[in-house]
Design a protein around this ligand. Structure first.
Ligand code: SF4
Length: 264
């Protein structure tokens, strides 16, 4: 089972929900909690900072050297490879490593590290975190590789925490999920961004439910399937980097969501 936790905007409580579902499921199932917010991962601060290096993520970029003459096919959509006054110029920061410039040319490629995957094992369950290197802007391969690495653990439940927003890395994190939880909050921004991400989830044809976080913070009329209340105890445990399952009434809310994930 792969369940993705997403939300149209940042700060809605995705990571809090992901972490608490992880604590809940790992009591009875082998579970992987996967941080696919590779540019700003934060689940380690809620679950465990004791991560170990697992794998490096590379792309292949053109190996362009001074003085060598290259065939050039002019296909680079990123604008990373340009011919100016018969000289081939390569702007490494713009290169996504797609290798299209290698088709029918004599251009050779070399490996470039763009990120790392870290992990922490808990009795058959795992926290897996993808992190991009500083200055890397083309990060979708790190999302793909982090997911692939997590799924290779063959856990019964995989919780994929996506980045905030509506962009390529979020869509890549959602793809192949069996179910999605859209976390929102009762604010105009939260609702409008949730509607936008739901349109994409519907196009991907993945069953989804809406979790209204900070329920009760105001009286906005919002449609939702599950709720997590606005509760001082959640804020307190969040500040300490802990889950909130020790409070039975809050655990009940997580249980309802977990039942939908397992039983539909
Ligand atoms: S690998 Fe792709 S992005 Fe990089 S220079 Fe070649 S065509 Fe452009």
């Amino acid at each position: 089972m792969i369940v993705a936790i997403t939300g149209g905007k940042g700060g809605t409580g995705k990571s809090t929900l992901s972490a608490n579902l992880f604590f809940y499921f790992m009591e009875n199932y082998s579970t992987a909690l996967v941080d696919c917010d590779v540019e700003t991962p934060n689940l380690e601060y809620l679950v465990s900072e004791d991560l170990k290096f697992a794998k490096e993520v590379f792309i292949e970029i053109p190996d362009i050297r001074e003085g060598i003459s290259y065939n050039y096919n002019n296909v680079c959509k990123e604008g990373a490879l340009l011919k100016i006054n018969d000289k081939l110029i390569f702007i490494e920061e713009l290169c996504s490593g797609c290798k299209a410039c290698g088709i029918k040319t004599n251009i050779k490629f070399k490996k470039k590290s763009i990120g790392k995957i870290y992990e922490k094992k808990f009795d058959g369950s795992y926290l897996i975190v993808g992190k991009s290197n500083i200055g890397i802007t083309k990060t979708s391969k790190i999302v793909d590789e982090t997911k692939k690495y997590a799924l290779s653990k063959n856990c019964e439940i995989n919780i994929i925490d996506t980045a905030a927003g509506i962009h390529c890395n979020v869509v890549r994190a959602l793809i192949n999920s069996d179910k999605v939880l859209v976390v929102t909050e009762p604010t105009p921004f939260g609702i409008s961004d949730a509607k936008r991400i739901i349109k994409i989830i519907e196009k991907l044809k993945i069953p989804y439910k809406i979790v209204l976080n900070r329920y009760g913070i105001n009286n906005l009329n919002v449609e939702y399937d599950f709720k997590i209340p606005y509760d001082k105890r959640i804020v307190e445990t969040y500040c300490k980097g802990e889950g909130f399952l020790k409070y039975s009434d809050l655990k009940k809310d997580i249980e309802e969501i977990a039942n939908w994930i397992i039983w539909g």
